[in-house]
Ligand binder design. Structure first.
Ligand SMILES: C[S@@+](CC[C@H](N)C(=O)[O-])C[C@H]1O[C@@H](n2cnc3c(N)ncnc32)[C@H](O)[C@@H]1O
Length: 205
């Protein structure tokens, strides 16, 4: 498979495979359940959910418990992660890069969590467009925030981790997105996350 960016090849390959080994377990699902129960407090009914860059489904497992009636979809570039998602049995899996154009199907909730930070910044507008066009009502962005764009070394790698105000850029780009809620999830909390800042936006509909 050839990709447009070096970051995509990085996640599709060995680094992505090893990430799966490092990030698994019931404790992460418990933390994700605590996080999404907070985020969803402000939301109305949600019948369909899609995650961009879902890995093995640790967020979707949490959401499946919180929204037992909903349908779940995922886009994932790494083949091993996509196989694990398929094994869950309740996730429709689209194994591809989120940078590849595809037919748009709308979902009540579209979310992305610690994936925009790994995208080549020149490609962010295309991902913002794909997130926005896939959303019927809610968009959740949970990433590493920085008021201005910065690059940070990631596990010894350069050009693999970028922080910025992703949600703010989306709201600048799409005037129909309104901020509903936001928060920070700390690595030292009772239900730890990787110091992510989350934003819940609602699309005018
Ligand atoms: C840091 S992990 C986060 C996984 C998950 N969202 C979570 O919160 O646990 C990044 C995930 O995004 C996937 N990914 C990275 N770039 C992608 C792309 N261009 N298209 C689709 N998936 C991508 C990786 O394979 C990996 O599963």
């Amino acid at each position: 498979m050839t990709y447009r960016t070096e970051q995509e090849a990085f996640w599709a390959g060995e680094f992505g495979d090893q990430y799966i080994e490092r990030n698994a377990g019931a404790q992460i699902v418990a933390s994700n359940t605590a996080l999404f129960s907070r985020i969803l407090r402000q939301c109305g009914p949600i019948g369909s959910v899609i995650e961009f860059g879902a890995n093995i489904g640790l967020n979707l497992m949490a959401l499946h418990n919180l929204l037992p009636e909903a349908t779940f979809s995922a886009i994932e570039i790494n083949a091993k992660a996509a196989a694990a998602l398929r094994r869950l049995g309740y996730v429709t899996v689209d194994e591809r890069s989120i940078l590849q154009p595809a037919a748009t199907e709308r979902h009540d909730l579209v979310f992305i969590k610690t994936v925009l930070i790994h995208i080549d910044p020149s490609q962010l507008p295309a991902v913002y467009d794909a997130l926005h066009s896939s959303a019927r009502r809610y968009v959740v962005v949970a990433e590493y925030y920085n008021p201005t764009p910065v690059e940070v070394t990631y596990r010894g790698h350069q050009k693999r981790l970028f922080k910025r105000d992703f949600a703010g850029e989306m709201m600048q780009r799409f005037s129909d997105l309104k901020l509903i809620d936001y928060g920070f999830a700390y690595h030292g909390g009772r239900f730890p996350q990787d110091d992510i800042t989350w934003f819940l936006m609602e699309k005018a509909y």
